[in-house]
Ligand binder design. Sequence first.
Ligand SMILES: *Cc1c(COP(=O)(O)O)cnc(C)c1O
Length: 379
Amino acid sequence: MTPTPEDLAGAVLTIDLVALKDNWRRLNALAGKAECGAAVKGNAYGLGIAPVAKALWEAGCRSFFVARPKEGEELRGLLPEATIYILDGLFPGQAEFYAKLALRPALISIEEAREWAAFGRVYGRKLPCAIHVDTGINRLGFSPAEFDGLRDDRVTMEGLNVTLLMSHLACADEPSHPLNRRQSEAFAAVRARLPGVAASLANSSGIFLGESFTHDLVRPGIALYGGNPTRNVANPMLPVAILEGAVMQLRDVAPASTVGYGATWTAGRPARIAILGAGYKDGVPRALSSTQPNGPAQVFINGRRCPVVGRISMDMMGIDVTALPEGSVKRGARAEILGRHIGIDEAAGWAGTIAYELLTRLGSRYARLYTGLESDSRA
Ligand SMILES: *Cc1c(COP(=O)(O)O)cnc(C)c1O
């Protein structure tokens, strides 16, 4: 029999596209009358732009946000009819590239606005774009004063087809942070100065801040992919990424034996260790090693959580399965490192990072399995 990629890879990443679509529908419902778009930058947060974009389109999503024009080019090839915004704005001299692919830059400065308007004149029509106003995160965008300058620059404004006015929240994941209200008020003021244009403020967490944040279009990313957009509340989203490592070997270690590089973990009693075929090359952060202070990190196998022991290596990691019935963990069995039992936010916490970084750093060596798109597919 021809082996499947899962048979040969050691670690398996399953992307549940049914859960992804369900998450989009939940956010769409929560957003009320606002349209629900999707942030699919960074290869859809590491989960694979092609299957993710297609699944979101099937669910009903029509507006997509990527960071770079290169990402926009790839997405355009996948979704010919989608509305695509480039969050990093207009790259110098690249207006023609954007126009040919119908990519809409989220303009961040008067220079970009003038370049886009001037190109539109040459091209023969006003080209669609967003205007990105910075209301307090102090990264990209027009300051409110610069936005006024643009609005009063009639020549430039007449050369633009502004389809969206947007801003981005700095602290949406901290509902009580005072910056949320300040940004919301600043955005409302900016909006009032450009009436008749659709507006967008909320990322995933922003959707949960209430009606005054959702405006006309919301731009969730992490919540679509199963990250918890709320704080100190059970995750309302379904897990999408499931990473499993296969058991390659089981071994019994005597008290005072150590496991792994650096001999950082010492058995305090006779212990049964399982070695999984997943390591930092596969995207399991080395920071999940049992020496880190927030842990020990855990994996889920045979209905139980088991602690990581020792350091995560490039290709493998050890877990302590002593608590499981003897003989119950078999060679080839799979342990869940991320997924339905071990949430991405929980694992990220053990590794001292956030779910966003954990997902975007998932490696490429494991077998990738996509479930729930027309027919199940491998990649
Ligand atoms: C990445 C990004 C989003 C999505 O953010 P999440 O926190 O993942 O929901 C929305 N808007 C902008 C401008 C972004 O850069």
